[in-house]
Design a protein around this ligand. Sequence first.
Ligand SMILES: NC(=O)C1=CN([C@@H]2O[C@H](COP(=O)(O)OP(=O)(O)OC[C@H]3O[C@@H](n4cnc5c(N)ncnc54)[C@H](OP(=O)(O)O)[C@@H]3O)[C@@H](O)[C@H]2O)C=CC1
Ligand SMILES: O=C(O)CCC(=O)C(=O)O
Ligand SMILES: [Mg+2]
Length: 416
Amino acid sequence: MDQHIRVPAGEKITVNPDFSLNVPDHPIIPYIEGDGTGFDITPVMIKVVDAAVEKAYSGKRKIAWMEIFAGEKATRVYGPDVWLPEITLQILRDYVVSIKGPLTTPVGGGIRSLNVALRQELDLYVCLRPVRYFQGVPSPVKHPEKTDMVIFRENSEDIYAGIEWAAESEGAKKLVNFLINEMGVKKIRFPETSGIGIKPVSREGTERLVRKALQYAIDNDRKSVTLVHKGNIMKFTEGAFRDWGYGLAGKEFGAQLLDGGPWMRFKNPKTGRDIVVKDMIADAFLQQILLRPDEYDVIATLNLNGDYVSDALAAQVGGIGIAPGANLSDSVAMFEATHGTAPKYAGKDYVNPGSEILSAEMMLRHMGWVEAADRIIASMEKSILSKQVTYDFARLLPDATQVSCSGFGQVMIDHM
Ligand SMILES: NC(=O)C1=CN([C@@H]2O[C@H](COP(=O)(O)OP(=O)(O)OC[C@H]3O[C@@H](n4cnc5c(N)ncnc54)[C@H](OP(=O)(O)O)[C@@H]3O)[C@@H](O)[C@H]2O)C=CC1
Ligand SMILES: O=C(O)CCC(=O)C(=O)O
Ligand SMILES: [Mg+2]
């Protein structure tokens, strides 16, 4: 093993051929602290998870945490240009289940997103972001409890993948010339000064994502899956996503057209109840989730739409301070909050650690440690109702007591 990584006593989680996990009682879980407020929230997450596991299993089970490096901390450990060491990728792959704090991506120039790189390198093609309401959380909408959605965001392709060339670069000139001269493109308004981005969306990529969303709806007795896209404008990428999604629902799940289509319906083989497969154009969807959130349930969408939708939905139930997530392949799972590094608060022991704690809760559930996961949910509910909350909730709750990031972790431990 690499000299910078301290391997704790414990065992690896392994994956069976059917993708189920073998989770030992002392699993080694690699974690990336993260940039910015990652420094604040990740240690709090670890403390809260350790407390929940101890409460649930009285010492019989315990996580052996192993720090690995990416982002700014990797450059301090491995050298100035090493943002994502190969050993980090290798460990994330080998140890199967991991958790990370947020990583900074500069706007415009500089390094490309390490978050995107991690998802692509490990082929973590599902970004799973459940959005639910915790009683007592301040929200800008009248009925936040009506928002209960689970976002399946395609995580490996789309314009989000960063295949692009800067305006006036050799690459942009070459591509623009190719498009004009060989593809007959006449619609580039300012060819000399256009930056160019490419948006790949594939049938395989769409089908594997939509398959996971439909299976989730079956396993969790959900009533609908909505394909969110901008297929009226981007016909062969976002439009194809919709068509391939419906096609898969028919082909693999036996869905039939509903009232002549395009919506479809199939019976949940586990419960006998109907699951509706529908679609919605992304801009209309963003207003519908505010006006009629209870009509939406499981959401399957492309990468960039999913990025926007997950922050927007998080806001409806109190903000990205408590918005968890997971990046999943068939075998590897890397959990992370929806929010970023919030640099203005970095190192101030200030922000809400809730998103990363709830991401860890998803991780525990994924590992089958449901008793510990349940303790985290119960404690989160009680902690919020006790009105001892971080700044993000305190500024909207007049009678709340504002606590620090680590203070909220302690409140959660006290409520276990
Ligand atoms: N997966 C990842 O690692 C992600 C990384 N990023 C990266 O993070 C950096 C900063 O991005 P930015 O666009 O500012 O988005 P951020 O999500 O980091 O922050 C935006 C705002 O969200 C609120 N917020 C964020 N985290 C918390 C928290 N833990 N508790 C309470 N409120 C919180 C704050 O709102 P307020 O100002 O109202 O207090 C903050 O100013 C960029 O480099 C970006 O690329 C972004 C998203 C995901
Ligand atoms: O990679 C980044 O910096 C941003 C990622 C992001 O916003 C997200 O995954 O939601
Ligand atoms: Mg985002």
